[in-house]
Design a binder for this molecule. Structure first.
Ligand code: ATP
Ligand code: MG
Length: 138
């Protein structure tokens, strides 16, 4: 089990000014920031990032949403990072997310759900490499 995961604060949350509060949740949740950047995905980049969902009915909506405004991408460190971070962010659908989770507090719908968290150590590596060079990780 790895100690790194990858996150994004999604365009809904950056637009609503939740960035600081969400970063605070991550830090209070015991995660250390190893890399972080404010950026914006093109539709093509968002499509590549979520390519695994290409056959799903929500794919086009997801690509449009994820390229609709700025995001924050980050690498977070903690023991058991992937699973612990999924617990901190809560269920994909905020209506089903546990009390106190980031999505419960800041997400508005299953599509516009405030944050991304890697779902495996393997994907955490793929996703960090998508956004960060070795020179950008501390
Ligand atoms: P993420 O990968 O962003 O951390 P997740 O792992 O909880 O979220 P996935 O199943 O990987 O959920 O779905 C990726 C993203 O696609 C979701 O976070 C959400 O933004 C969007 N999505 C998932 N299911 C739906 C749906 N039924 N309708 C609309 N959008 C959806
Ligand atoms: Mg996922």
């Amino acid at each position: 089990m790895g100690n790194l995961t990858f996150t994004m604060i999604k365009p809904d949350a950056t637009a609503k000014g939740y960035t600081g509060a969400i970063l605070d949740c991550m830090i209070k949740g015991g995660f250390t920031i190893k890399a972080m950047k404010w950026t914006r995905l093109t539709q093509e980049q968002a499509g590549d990032f979520y390519a695994v969902h290409k056959q799903r009915p929500f794919y086009d909506e997801l690509v449009k949403f994820m390229s609709s405004g700025p995001i924050i991408a980050g690498i977070l460190e903690k023991e058991n990072a992937v699973a612990d971070f999924r617990n901190l962010i809560g269920a994909t659908d905020p209506a089903k997310a546990a009390e106190g989770t980031i999505r419960k507090q800041f997400a508005s719908s299953i599509g516009e759900n405030a944050v991304h968290g890697s779902d495996s150590d393997e994907n955490a590596v793929i996703e960090t490499d998508f956004f960060f060079s070795k020179l950008e990780r501390f």
